[in-house]
Ligand binder design. Structure first.
Ligand code: GTR
Length: 338
């Protein structure tokens, strides 16, 4: 069916099931009643994760700023399916709000690949300033033709590799390793460029795949490495810091189109305001995850020469930065102070 996402039969059935269930939530008047002023939101993370808490906070702000006309009902913990599935559900309006990482949007809109490039952002402040600026808005706006309204970016920190075998210090240490990646061709290419085998897989399947030795490793930020308990099966966390790709909070275009002009501005502003809150939670969560992981026996190593990784991954930039719009945006982000 959908060429972009290519859901298999299981995925399609799950999508139809979820959509029917969500329609039930709206029609039975959960909060907003049949007019659906309760915005249904999805997130793959558990309730206490910063991305989830930020959207919950956004719901509270929206509720008070709209004098009770809007609120948000959060379906956390991946209960509505994989991120690929929920993105598709959002595009046809089965979900109002969805917080996803940028990687699975790479196959939907090439401009999202810009912020997914390895070693593009050189510091947290560089990443935040770029995404808070018109450059970030340009990426968010590119989602619109796909039925998605990008509201804001949330932090996702720095992603590094973890595996079951031993510390990684150079790309040679990864040779032949099966590394799980998010569903994105760009990510597949990044791993291949290092000489490892890339295994695209949805987030919820990684723990089992690591435990059963179906894969040797994966990559993620400190909080996700910790909250998923992937460290139990893959205790070697090597700080390759290869990508700072952000999270995106988006709204379905069909819901957006039903809002008045002033309500659109309210939703956009409230989402933006939730970013500050998210970042406070995020910074604390990173520190907490680091110290808990170190106490729990994770074997963390710094990598002395990150250029060994960045040089091998660099050809990925040329392969995926094809359009003039992508190239121009990359140049502008690179030219920023960091
Ligand atoms: C996390 C992100 C999740 C999920 C995960 C993954 O950092 O917050 O939404 O995409 O990465 O690796 O799939």
């Amino acid at each position: 069916m959908n060429k972009l996402f290519g859901l298999n039969e299981v995925g399609k059935n799950r999508r139809d099931f979820i959509t029917a269930g969500l329609a039930g939530v709206v029609l039975t008047g959960c909060g907003g009643g049949a007019k659906g002023r309760t915005l249904l939101a999805a997130d793959a993370h558990p309730m206490d994760y910063p991305t989830v808490q930020a959207v919950v906070k956004m719901g509270e702000l929206l509720h008070s700023r709209s004098n009770g006309r809007f609120d948000v009902k959060m379906f956390a913990g991946g209960q509505l399916g994989s991120e690929r599935d929920t993105i598709e559900i959002t595009t046809f309006g089965g979900l109002d709000l969805n917080r996803v990482p940028i990687a699975p949007l790479n196959s939907v809109e090439p401009m999202t690949m810009v912020a997914s490039l390895p070693f593009l952002f050189r510091s947290t402040s560089h990443m935040r300033r770029a995404l808070d600026s018109d450059y970030g808005e340009e990426i968010l706006a590119a989602l619109k033709p796909h039925g998605l309204v990008g509201l804001c970016f949330y932090d996702s920190g720095v992603r590094s590799f973890y595996n079951i075998e031993g510390p990684i210090n150079t790309p040679a240490d990864m040779k032949g390793m099966k590394i799980r990646v998010q569903n994105s061709d760009l990510y597949v290419s990044m791993i291949k460029a290092l000489g490892a085998d890339a295994v695209p897989m949805s987030f919820g399947e990684v723990y089992q795949a690591l435990s059963q030795g179906v894969i040797d490793g994966a990559e993620n930020n400190w909080p996700s490495y910790h909250s998923t308990r992937h460290f139990e099966a893959a205790p070697y966390y090597s700080l390759s810091k290869h990508v700072m790709a952000p999270e995106i909070l988006m709204m379905s275009l069909s819901r957006w189109n039903k809002l008045s002009k002033s309500d659109r501005a309210l939703v956009k502003q409230t989402a933006k305001d939730s970013v500050h809150y998210m970042r406070e939670l995020w910074d604390a969560r990173v520190e907490n995850a680091k110290s808990t992981l170190l106490r729990s026996g994770a074997k963390v190593n710094d990598i002395a020469d990150l250029s060994l990784f960045s040089e091998k991954m660099r050809p990925v930039w040329d392969r995926y930065m094809i359009s003039n719009q992508q190239k121009a945006l990359v140049r502008k982000i690179e030219a920023m102070e960091f």
